[in-house]
Write a protein that binds this ligand. Structure first.
Ligand SMILES: [Fe+2]
Ligand SMILES: [Fe+2]
Length: 310
């Protein structure tokens, strides 16, 4: 076993040990007397960006914020649905000779399955309390299949930025947020999700390392190219979600928006989605640090794309 593999092995062992210290249960976060409070906003303003929409009153801004909370559950559930099969496929390459890596990765997949259940439990709770229908993009299995058609390196880079992105979501919602009084269960979701994602980010970086070690340089280039393609693909989905949110908002408020009002909501929300689900991840320092190994041209392109989604 060479030095790189010994280091990787230690990192897998550490990740497993840290994961065992977190390990929350769904019922610690939602269910029983832990209900969503529909008098409060669910998403931090830094992500929801409803305050700057001039055509909505306070009550309507609250509703749009909650719609954004629901779409967060839907979209995160959707991305976890390609993370689980990706990690399970990757485990086949580690095998029983690298048993610590295998155990850490299986635990990772198990946690992501738990997250899917967590998001679904919140979505059920939301449906019971919100009062009208909210649609999400899909079908989710088709989105997951389309993502998994891409180069494994491209997919794992997307997974890596998603894990780091959850840290920004938690920081925006809970830790440094003294100005908003958000729904405690939603804050708890963002916080607890991040606690486990932190270990996943370490494991993703190790999967990236392993792939880069095994791939020919041209294959690495192809993987990075697919990463950028995947960002465009995901962005297309988020832009459709903005349209669905507008319809949900119209249903929930009973308002028919004029073209000018629709345009105002749409343009602000498009920026909000792009920052929440792309910019806040691909500009994260830790993600950039991993990405830098792909050279100056790829780095410059990442900076450019990050600015577009800032
Ligand atoms: Fe997750
Ligand atoms: Fe994760």
């Amino acid at each position: 076993m060479n030095a790189t593999m010994i280091n990787a092995n230690q990192a897998y062992a550490q990740s497993l040990q840290r994961a065992s210290q977190v390990n929350w249960k769904i019922e610690d976060i939602i269910g029983g007397n832990k209900r969503l409070d529909f008098s409060k906003r669910f998403m931090p303003e830094a992500l929801a960006r409803v305050n700057e929409i001039s055509c909505l009153n306070e009550a309507e801004k609250l509703i749009l914020n909650q719609i954004r909370g629901n779409s967060y559950l839907h979209l995160f559930g959707a991305v976890e649905e390609f993370i689980v099969p990706y990690v399970i496929n990757h485990v086949k390459t580690t095998g029983l000779s690298e048993i610590t890596a295998t155990q850490a990765l299986l635990h990772f997949a198990e946690e992501e399955s738990k997250h899917i259940r967590l998001f679904r439990c919140f979505a059920e709770e939301y449906e019971l309390g919100f009062g009208s229908r909210c649609d999400g993009i899909g079908p989710v299995p088709d989105i997951a299949d389309a993502v998994l058609q891409h180069h494994p390196l491209g997919v794992v880079l997307v997974i890596l930025y998603i894990e780091w992105m959850t840290q920004n979501h938690y920081l925006a919602s809970v830790r440094d947020n003294f100005s908003e009084s958000l729904d405690p269960q939603f804050c708890s979701l963002l916080r607890n999700h991040w606690l486990e994602e932190a270990q996943h980010a370490t494991l993703d970086a190790l999967m990236v390392e392993q792939l880069v070690r095994e791939l020919e340089p041209t294959e690495v280039e192809a993987g990075v190219e697919d990463f950028f393609k995947l960002i465009e693909f995901l962005n297309g989905g988020f832009m459709i979600q903005v349209q669905l949110d507008l319809e949900s908002l119209s249903r929930a408020t009973g308002r028919t928006f004029t073209e000018a009002e629709k345009q105002e909501i749409q343009s602000i929300q498009e920026r909000a989605y792009q920052w929440t689900f792309i910019g806040s991840g691909i500009s994260h320092g830790k993600f950039v640090q991993t990405f830098n190994q792909f050279g100056a041209i790829a780095q410059a392109r990442l900076t450019q794309v990050a600015e577009k989604y800032s």
